[in-house]
Design a protein around this ligand. Sequence first.
Ligand SMILES: Cc1cc2nc3c(=O)[nH]c(=O)nc-3n(C[C@H](O)[C@H](O)[C@H](O)COP(=O)(O)OP(=O)(O)OC[C@H]3O[C@@H](n4cnc5c(N)ncnc54)[C@H](O)[C@@H]3O)c2cc1C
Length: 279
Amino acid sequence: MTEIAVASSDATNIETRIERDGDSYIINGRKWWTSGAADPRCTLLIVMGKTDPTANTHRQQSMILVPIDTPGVTIVRDLPVFGRYDQHGHCEVVYDNVRVPAENLLGEEGGGFAMAQARLGPGRIHHCMRALGAAERALALMTTRAQERVAFGKTLAEQGAVQHQIAESRVAIEQARLLCRLAAKTIDEYGNKAAAPYVSAAKVAVPRMTLEVIDRAIQVHGGAGISDDVPLAAMYGWHRAMRIYDGPDEVHLRTIAKNELRKYANNLQNDPVSHRGLR
Ligand SMILES: Cc1cc2nc3c(=O)[nH]c(=O)nc-3n(C[C@H](O)[C@H](O)[C@H](O)COP(=O)(O)OP(=O)(O)OC[C@H]3O[C@@H](n4cnc5c(N)ncnc54)[C@H](O)[C@@H]3O)c2cc1C
């Protein structure tokens, strides 16, 4: 989806064109941050572009499958995240008169935006679950190190200040985990649309919490924490990126605020159904 030339947190800005030509579609555009495209096992790209720029705002986009070896597809570069190259890569990709069979279109013309939203909701919960795991790992590293390292005649774990760092981390992890569970439970019971404000809340809260816990773990490790001898620096970089990918914090805060404003505008604040985001 994401393009170098336009603010892609607003997916309606996307400029890549997917134009029908007989039994084919022709694709022209420049994407970046295409995750997975640098992996040698990657054979197929899913591209979102506009099939009809004159249609209603959310019906202009479509998604199409493009085999990575189609003439006109160029992987320009793999983008680093804080100087590190991920295993599967995040690539800038140019599509120059790329022709694919019309049957490669996913769903119907104009259905791309809705499809992206349907995929991203549950996908964001998975990012949050993985981030909770990373926070647990950072806390485990922090507590292990604190019990091994001696400064001023005591282990770090015996210092009250370090105990507070450990305890604050446990409090924050459990708060964020409950929010993630609430979002997941609401998806299960009421569907993606109703869960959207909770998914957004988890997507804002979980990476922030994870960054705080990793930061404390780095501090307890001293110089080792920012070296690559322990995984904390890499973990910090990745979870900082999480505040941007799959929707920057500000876009999710906008979703949460709109939901709250709608409840109060309709005087539904004491209604348990509206509290669940169902109206
Ligand atoms: C590691 C990584 C992997 C990624 N993988 C993929 C992928 O596989 N596929 C894909 O399509 N994209 C991917 N992305 C791209 C990612 O989804 C976009 O970077 C993101 O949607 C933001 O778009 P943008 O970079 O164009 O930022 P912009 O849209 O230019 O936004 C810049 C900043 O503006 C601010 N902002 C935006 N809207 C508002 C608002 N309403 N109010 C206040 N402030 C606002 C936010 O702070 C935001 O960070 C990936 C990104 C990263 C970092």
